[in-house]
Design a protein around this ligand. Sequence first.
Ligand SMILES: [Zn+2]
Length: 304
Amino acid sequence: MTGWDRMARLFGADVLAYLGTRTAGVVGLGSGGSFVAVSLAMSGVGRFILVDDDLLEPVNVVRHAADLRDVGRPKVDVVADLVRQRNPAADVRTVIGRIEDHLDLLAEMDVVVAGVDREQPKFAINQACLKHGRAAVYAGVYERGEGGDVCIIYPNKGPCYACWAERLREGLSHPAEEGELDYGMIGPDGTLAAEPGLWLHVVRVAAIQADLALNYLLTDTPAHRALPANTIIQANTHLEIYEGKVALPHTAEWVSVPRNPRCLVCGSQQRLSTAEWAALSLDDLISMGNITLETDENTSAHEG
Ligand SMILES: [Zn+2]
């Protein structure tokens, strides 16, 4: 019996066959992106578009799915090989370059995994996803890998990534005390800088990212699971999510981030008034995460 036979029993042969036709785009193939690509291949996803402009360097291999044997090769080629080692039937397309120069590729992806660290390409991906009606899963790892967050941004439903980043990065960030190394470093563009962490801490966040991408690819199948909210904050160590709220190691909080009615990128549809939106604290968003599911028609459907 092959592993795929076993997977077919778990998922159902129809679902597995369907997954084999789905295309995951993974943009950025560093520690997180490489892990997500290989994990999706191991989960039965059959088609990949991999985008990255870097070569694998010796310094990468302590935090990468690949190892020293592949140093010097383009990361897209390295990860394509790893994907085929798990699923020889996979159809893998590789693009060496920056996503900003290949945004129309997103139209060919059924889900976009943003494996990039910098915020700038995330915003470019966001705009292209809005244009092409694509869902994207974004992840950020906090300083020293103490935690991270993952969000799924649906096309024309709920917040776009610009709404999300303005709300959550702002909500999470507060000035660090003198001498205290806060989990959230505010970058030059006013957001939390995503920082490389230890491999074990990175892959905990990347595993959530892969799982959300896989779940989205399973939309309309019996294997799809409804999510309680659009964002997960994962604590790897004791993590102060906001003042007075410390998450225990290996716990997660669901957070429901709404659309920003003033968003310059997507803000044509009013969902909350500007005043309502501005008044929401992260605490509010977390409690919304437990009881509210963002949908197009009904922004306040209480689930339980
Ligand atoms: Zn927006």
